[in-house]
Write a protein that binds this ligand. Structure first.
Ligand SMILES: [Cu+2]
Length: 482
């Protein structure tokens, strides 16, 4: 579980081992520490997905083209894999915008089947949500045009959301990150890494292992959600990131896995947990590990507190989200995600601000509706998805409290489209500080309460379990806002 260490004073100072060469990495691009040619190690082996090219010359406008197409890539050494890819890469290119930008996206579907693209976590008009209501035929194109709201800087992502096919298309390689930036970012001098987590399973010939539904593995995948034994960071297995002693790095992390919930920890390091789906917290929270369920995003600060030359591993630590009957045999073993390699350079001296950005609690006094969502295996409030049915009706512009109750012995991460929310309590325990989410993990036999403001955009919005196999099987419902 997330072991949040309470800390009143987070105005931390990084221990300095040297007379301090510099106080910051100002002036260097994100992802790069100050070069020190005498001691420099080879650059990161971690490859960052390229940022989508902006075709617009208008101010505050980002216009991009994404093409989903079948192709062949080498995902595991020594073999070629038939994949689906956005612009030929897995993960797809990163969509980067600023708060307030107008975003225009042209989406081409060159796949042999219907698709959609869901801009996960963004607040946008219903037509642009990329839900199963708006399929794009093979050979078809869709155009999206909307404005990124102020105050929503954070890490988001995009992925297919066609009816019954999300799990398959994500397993085939369709996913990519979205970064919404704040022009007054409180961490402007901190080098940044984007880490998009995904897992997969392969057959001997390199093809993606997608078993028949009635096979033993098919049934386990149906129950647990499909997990893979190969863990990827930006499409690479165990890449290396380098850090200079004393340096602070900001890691934006996306869980693009269909079913794997990661408990992230860095050997011998305390992390600073600084952000959730919808961006930064008010202040850093020291912790040993952070849980990130399917489709969630987190931001952490990694501080280079180990000795020069150290090599440590960033890991997925054991977390039991399973029912005993289908719990994988190796669930209790840590898995390596990434290697952090310290340079021999003179230690940097960097400070982390004690305040990041204001995040106010939403007012709970003028709530107009309270809803209860009861999760059982494959069902929400006893029902499976029916595209022609509306499960909940809400009034535009109102504020509601939702209580999500998980009655079964398996975690279900609950996602609401279109509107961000604040978790109020987990299992009756008040949330210690406000933060923005569009997905929240509801652990086995636990209850989560959140508050949501249904502003701006009427429409039929999905809510569902984000274990993609559960979503495919119908663990989803429709909220109509009108
Ligand atoms: Cu589920």
């Amino acid at each position: 579980m997330v072991a949040i260490v309470a800390a009143l004073l987070v105005a931390l100072l990084i221990p300095t081992a040297g007379p301090s060469a510099s106080t910051s990495t100002a002036g260097t691009p994100p992802g790069a520490a100050e070069p020190d040619p005498t001691h420099a190690l080879p650059a990161d082996t971690l490859v960052t997905p390229p940022v989508l090219r902006n075709a617009s010359r208008e101010p505050n406008t980002v216009e991009v083209t994404l093409t989903a197409t079948p192709t062949t890539l080498s995902l595991v050494p020594g073999s070629e894999t038939a994949v689906f890819a956005y612009n030929g890469m897995v993960p797809g290119p990163t969509l980067e915008v600023y708060e307030g930008d107008r975003l225009i996206i042209h989406l081409r579907n060159e796949l042999p089947e219907e698709t959609t693209v869901h801009w996960h976590g963004l607040h946008l008009p219903w037509y642009a949500d990329g839900s199963p209501f708006h399929p794009i035929e093979p050979g078809g194109q869709a155009d999206f045009d909307f404005v990124i709201p102020q105050g929503t800087a954070g890490t988001y992502w995009y992925h297919p959301h066609p009816h019954h096919r999300s799990a398959y298309q994500v397993a085939k390689g369709l996913y990519g990150a979205i970064v919404v930036r704040d022009r007054d970012d409180p961490l402007p001098e901190v080098a940044e890494k984007l880490l998009v987590l995904w897992d997969n399973r392969f057959l001997q010939d390199g093809s993606i292992d997608l078993p028949e539904a009635q096979s033993m593995q098919g049934r386990i995948d149906f129950e647990n959600g499909r997990e893979g034994d190969v863990l990827f960071v930006n499409g690479q297995a165990n890449p290396t990131v380098r850090i200079r002693p004393g340096e602070v790095q900001r890691w934006r992390i996306v869980n693009a896995s269909a079913a794997r919930v990661y408990r992230l920890g860095l050997q011998g390091h305390e992390l600073l947990y600084v952000g959730s789906d919808g961006g930064l917290f008010e202040k850093p929270v020291p912790t040993d590990d952070v849980l990130i369920a399917n489709s969630e995003r987190i931001e952490i600060l990694v501080r280079g507190t180990a000795a020069p030359g150290s090599i440590v591993t960033f890991q997925d630590l054991p977390y039991d989200r399973y029912i005993p009957q289908t719990r994988p045999r190796s669930w209790d073993k840590p898995r390596d995600l990434l290697t952090l390699q310290y340079t021999d350079e003179t230690p940097l001296r960097m400070e982390v601000p004690s305040a990041l950005r204001p995040v106010a609690w939403m007012d709970t006094t003028d709530v107009t509706a309270r809803r209860v969502m009861v999760l059982t295996q494959g069902f929400i409030n006893g029902k499976t998805m029916d595209m022609s049915r509306v499960d909940e009706v809400a009034e535009l512009g109102t504020r509601e409290i939702w209580q999500v109750e998980n009655l079964v012995g398996m975690d279900h991460p609950f996602h609401l489209h279109g509107f961000r929310f604040q978790v109020l309590a987990r299992n009756g325990v008040p949330e210690p500080f406000p933060s923005w989410h569009d997905t929240v993990n509801v652990p086995k036999h636990e209850t989560v309460r959140f508050i949501v403001q249904l502003d701006d955009y009427p429409g039929k919005w999905m809510f569902h379990c984000h274990i993609l196999d559960h979503e495919n099987a119908g663990m989803m419902g429709i909220l109509e806002v009108r």
